[in-house]
Design a protein around this ligand. Structure first.
Ligand SMILES: C[S@@+](CC[C@H](N)C(=O)[O-])C[C@H]1O[C@@H](n2cnc3c(N)ncnc32)[C@H](O)[C@@H]1O
Length: 293
């Protein structure tokens, strides 16, 4: 991405810009996004912000970013703030992304959890920035491979994201075949063709979908759930937060982890501000210090 540099204007040099976009406009947008979602936008993202939001201005019939900033700061602009968030965040994801996490889950975590569930215990997993669902479905397939009888026990996966659009896609649980390539052949029987949704679109069976509860949830706002989690995936989202926000999120996860829980984070992320309460349990996997292994 091209940086706009440190000049007087957040507009890139090209004179053919359709809308005036000043450093003040950029600052307002960055402050609103930070306040709403904890996301930190460095000035180097100004070009990206311009190009993603210019489409919104056109759609809304606005003639300047100044007007756009007035809208998103107004009470009436609440829907547009949501649209802005969706336009400025990335939802990139894929099935079995960072496959070593699913190997770890299968080999080192699920055996105990399956035994506990079969003995009548409660087991909870959370995909905390689930995007369009590839992560929680990968978790569900890993779980079902280890525990085909999961539906008969108190086992659930919570899948949440701040963006209601991606949560809706995730809830639908239907994907084009090219997106499903990383799904193991042994799991393909859990997919059924969904011709009503398009050519070569496949949907996960009810058995898989029923394991997962999909909800909208903002990681930097209060969380509604009470119970603790045995497995938390928080991957490739805190990287967009500033450091204090990241630290707050890590501490809040610690507070809702069961003693044996594992926290899985993205490959370019690291845990800070945890006061040594989390220790490594593998590549970008953490557990609580002092917990029996
Ligand atoms: C790059 S995707 C990561 C998806 C998945 N975890 C993975 O690693 O493949 C980042 C997701 O974080 C979500 N997100 C951004 N800010 C958030 C927040 N404050 N609370 C919850 N989700 C957020 C975005 O909507 C997006 O779907």
């Amino acid at each position: 991405m091209t940086s706009v540099g440190r000049g007087n204007s957040a507009q890139p040099a090209s004179a053919e810009r359709e809308f005036v976009f000043t450093p003040d406009d950029f600052r307002v947008i960055a402050a609103v996004l930070h306040g709403d979602a904890g996301i930190y936008l460095p000035e180097t993202k100004a070009t990206l912000v311009y190009s993603r939001l210019a489409k919104r201005l056109r759609l809304l019939g606005l003639s300047s970013f100044n007007d756009y900033c007035a809208l998103i700061q107004d009470e009436a602009g609440v829907d547009e703030r949501q649209a802005m968030l969706a336009a400025l965040t990335t939802n990139v994801t894929r099935f079995f992304r960072e496959p070593h996490h699913f190997d770890h889950l299968r080999e080192r975590v699920l055996p105990d959890l399956v035994a506990r569930a079969r003995a009548g215990g409660r087991v909870r997993l959370w995909s905390s920035a689930c995007s369009s669902g590839q992560e929680p479905y990968s978790m569900a397939l890993t779980l079902l491979a280890a525990m085909p009888d999961a539906a008969q026990h108190d086992v659930k996966i919570l899948a949440t994201d701040i963006d209601p659009n991606v949560v809706a896609v995730a809830r639908e649980g239907a994907y084009r075949r090219d997106l499903l390539e990383a799904v193991p052949s042994s799991d393909r029987s859990r997919l059924k063709r969904a011709p009503e949704l398009g050519d070569d679109v496949w949907r996960f069976s009810d058995e898989v979908r029923d394991l997962i509860a999909f909800r909208e949830l903002n990681l930097v706002r209060p969380w509604p759930m009470n119970g603790r989690f045995d497995v938390i995936f928080c991957r490739n989202v805190v990287i967009y937060f500033d450091e204090p926000t990241q630290e707050t999120v890590w501490r809040r996860f610690i507070d809702i982890m069961t003693p044996q829980a594992r926290l899985y984070i993205g490959h370019s992320e690291r845990v800070t501000g945890d006061d040594g309460r989390l220790v490594s349990d593998g590549l970008t996997v953490y557990r609580l210090k002092g917990a029996a292994r």
